[in-house]
Design a protein around this ligand. Structure first.
Ligand SMILES: *Cc1c(COP(=O)(O)O)cnc(C)c1O
Length: 279
């Protein structure tokens, strides 16, 4: 357990990466991982995505052959795209990896299937990273967990700060786990919201959403993101500009909320795209 899964990712970096250590990272990826590799002086070998924003599995296999990385990081479903890797693609990367594979599953509860958990039984070099920050709604409480082979986890413990998790977070998480039906109900609502948002967005002319296995949808419109965000903000709707990622220039992200929030977003979006600016 860790004080958020980000801190466990940090611990893995501390344990594994030193000056010149090769690390393979598919793009676009949660920027924390790049930061961790750079901090320890590791060498990043980035692999560009396919045009549909899926990770390029062939590219990953090629990068691993060429650079023999000590660490590969996969984020699936991926933040910032919402794309999930097919289980056989995850296994292809894991089977070919010469070092550790850290699989960040922060959004796995929103996705189809069970994630990479079954791989742990067969591949001792897999580390699974999960969090209470998304499906469990406890981002402010800071609780994440890493699962791996006991021999590997024992080594990671040497780099882990003791007393990383406070009792309040533990108590709240254990209470929520005893009421898992409430969490599952909420996850089902959010999944339905994501599917509804995707269908509504795809039905609009000139709007191109990306299918998502997470709790958000990214999409492009003919408007510049800043213009769109400003128009939506006037109607009290806040979404995020994703253009900070070079591969996502022109994209924005909407998170699924309650049904009435999703509907309000679509009403405001249609108005913004029609160019009706409230004075
Ligand atoms: C939100 C998110 C996390 C969660 O981090 P915590 O430190 O557990 O809050 C981890 N990885 C990714 C890719 C995320 O998007």
């Amino acid at each position: 357990m860790g004080n958020g899964s980000n801190e466990l990712a940090f611990t893995v970096g501390l344990a594994v990466i030193e000056e010149g250590t090769p690390v393979v990272l598919p793009r676009p990826m949660f920027s924390l991982y790049e930061m961790i590799v750079r901090l320890h002086g590791g060498r990043i070998h980035a692999v560009a995505p396919r045009p549909d924003l899926h990770f390029d599995v062939e590219g990953l296999l090629e990068a691993m052959r060429r650079h023999r990385p000590a660490l590969v990081v996969l984020t699936t479903p991926n933040n910032p795209t919402g794309r999930a890797m097919a289980p056989e693609d995850v296994e292809a990367v894991v089977a070919a990896a010469p070092g550790l594979v850290l699989i960040d599953e922060a959004y796995v509860e929103f996705a189809d299937g069970v994630g990479a958990r079954p791989l742990l039984d067969r591949y001792p070099h897999v580390l699974l990273l999960r969090t209470f920050s998304k499906a469990f709604g406890l981002a402010g409480l800071r609780l994440g967990y890493l699962v791996g082979h006991p021999d590997v986890v024992r080594e990671l413990y040497k780099a882990r700060i003791p007393f990383m998790v406070d009792r309040l977070a533990e108590t709240v998480a254990l209470t929520l786990l005893r009421h898992l039906d409430l969490v599952q109900q909420r996850v089902a609502e959010i999944r339905a919201g994501v599917q509804w948002l995707y269908r509504e967005l795809a039905a609009l002319p000139d709007v191109a959403p990306v299918p998502s296995q997470a709790n958000f949808v990214i999409f492009r419109t003919p408007l510049e993101p800043d213009v769109l965000l400003a128009r939506l903000a006037k109607d009290g709707i806040l979404i995020r500009n994703m253009s900070g990622y070079p591969e996502l220039r022109g994209y924005v992200r909407v998170n699924a909320g309650r049904a009435e929030e999703n509907r309000a977003f679509m009403v405001a979006l249609k108005k913004a795209l029609a160019g009706d600016e409230t004075p």
